[in-house]
Ligand binder design. Structure first.
Ligand SMILES: [Zn+2]
Length: 282
């Protein structure tokens, strides 16, 4: 069984950005591990910090279950302050997890994406990008090796972002869309805070939205379905997935400009596990 590891700055990032693809991996036999980097202690409306942590954690477990994510690793950094954590401290935790779980594929925000306004997202993306190569060095964090770990390299990085400026892969997630809706709707506390931000902005604009007002107290499924459908159908249409299809876009990186070279000069390992790949992926 191959492992995919999602580095999620916040509890809701998987459901909000790439959840259907994670659900697809899980359905096709991958072990999917989610690393939640922060504690999401302030992402709520009208709740105490303790209650916010409790609810966001509980809702993450429900969302993970909806997506088929088998394991959650909690790093517990204070939320919305990762910019104050040394990048190398974050990177060390990620290197440790890569060496421990040995994922074939990692998912996170694109470290080079434009228009990202959340520094937690940027710091996690940058630390994952560095952890990718640092994990290979036997002189970086040799203390890990005392636990029986070894230098390790991830094969593929699947980067997503708010604005995909240069996606090179679109995953057809039509059959997994409802799982992503269920996962995002499960993040009730964080979604209410997101909705409340829009309400505050609308108020300053001199407007209100009854649909948003209702979503603050009622079921989120309808609102989430509309939002995610618009996003994933636009991705599918832009990449010609076909009538009625839905997609999630990524910048997938393996060896970069050396992909072709390694195709030519490498051959399968005799003891390599049978790769789990989708029909539409090489
Ligand atoms: Zn986030």
């Amino acid at each position: 069984m191959q492992t995919a590891m999602m580095f999620s700055p916040h509890a809701d990032d998987a459901a909000a950005f790439c959840g259907a693809t994670l659900a697809k991996f899980a359905a096709e036999g991958w072990r999917v591990v989610l690393v939640r980097v922060t504690d999401d202690a302030r992402d709520s409306v009208g709740l105490s910090i303790e209650e916010t942590i409790r609810r966001n954690t509980e809702e993450l477990h429900a969302a993970a279950q909806a997506l088929g994510i088998g394991e959650i690793v909690e790093l517990g950094f204070p939320t919305d302050t990762l910019a104050d954590v040394p990048e190398t401290a974050l990177r060390e935790r990620f290197v440790y997890l890569l060496r421990k779980y040995q994922p074939h594929t990692v998912f996170t925000f694109d470290p080079f994406a434009p228009y990202e306004g959340n520094l937690d997202h940027i710091r996690v993306a940058q630390a994952v990008e560095e952890a990718f190569w640092v994990a290979c060095f036997d002189l970086h964090h040799p203390e890990h090796f005392q636990e029986g770990l070894a230098p390790f390299s991830v094969c593929e990085r699947w980067y997503f972002s708010r604005e995909m400026s240069s996606p090179n892969h679109v995953e057809d997630i039509t059959d997994f869309f409802s799982q992503r809706v269920a996962a995002l709707a499960a993040h009730r506390t964080m979604m209410q805070n997101t909705i409340n931000q829009f309400r505050l902005q609308l108020r300053t604009w001199g407007r209100r939205s009854l649909a948003l007002d209702e979503a603050m107290t009622g079921d989120l499924t309808q609102l989430v379905t509309g939002f995610l459908y618009a996003q994933t159908s636009a991705v599918a249409e832009a990449h010609n997935l076909g009538e009625g299809r839905l997609g999630e876009a990524f910048r997938v990186v393996r060896f970069g400009d050396m992909d072709e070279f390694f195709e030519q000069v490498s051959e399968p390992l005799p003891d390599a596990p049978e790769p789990v790949v989708h029909q539409d992926r090489k």
